[in-house]
Design a protein around this ligand. Sequence first.
Ligand SMILES: [Zn+2]
Length: 239
Amino acid sequence: MIIPNNIQNIVILTGAGISAESGIKTFRDQNGLWENHDIMEVASLDGFKKNPNLVFDFYNARRSQLQSENVAPNEAHKALATLESKFKGTVTIITQNVDDLHERAGSHNVIHMHGELLKMHCLKSLKVYSIKGKLTQSTICSCCRQAGNLRPHIVWFGEVPYQIDKIDEVLKSCDLFISIGTSGEVYPAAAFVSEAKNHGAITIEQNITPTKQSRQFDSQLTGPSTTEVPRLVKMILNP
Ligand SMILES: [Zn+2]
């Protein structure tokens, strides 16, 4: 693989695969069920309206797991943070992950298109707040000083991903697009590779196995992201 030395703007899309070796369990590991509840009950606005306590419990459990001792950024997250700090141009990460492992590894320029576990927002003002502990129906919102107005800052099924305009903008000016640990089956993220290609970007896919999208990319790096991503970052920094 040859990476030209005139690259200015790198955009990296990351998915569940990059966090797989960080100790995080996703609901997909349990056959799409969480304590026998269908994922639609805990990850949709309808589900939230029907049973907010169940939805709060689901995200409280995931938030607490994310902050547990055995979850930490891995070599792939760390390599991307090194890339951001050492690369002469810009590096933007667009992540589908709701964890904070890119930030913990040291990345600053991260767009969380599917939201963040450690954030909540007010349904009335749409203001976003940090949350480390439990969010419940009785949590008081600091803007409206009322309980019952806060929800997890997570994009649920059927909702529009966050920061789509910003994403569009970075894809338009990107000259190297890298997809890491994502199956390419969830839209709109699955369309980013063709969008980047339309603007002339070179495209690289890194995944544990080939995906349905692999043929759309100029190059593929197949294998665990903890070994392949550091290798790729070295190639970019020392072309
Ligand atoms: Zn509020």
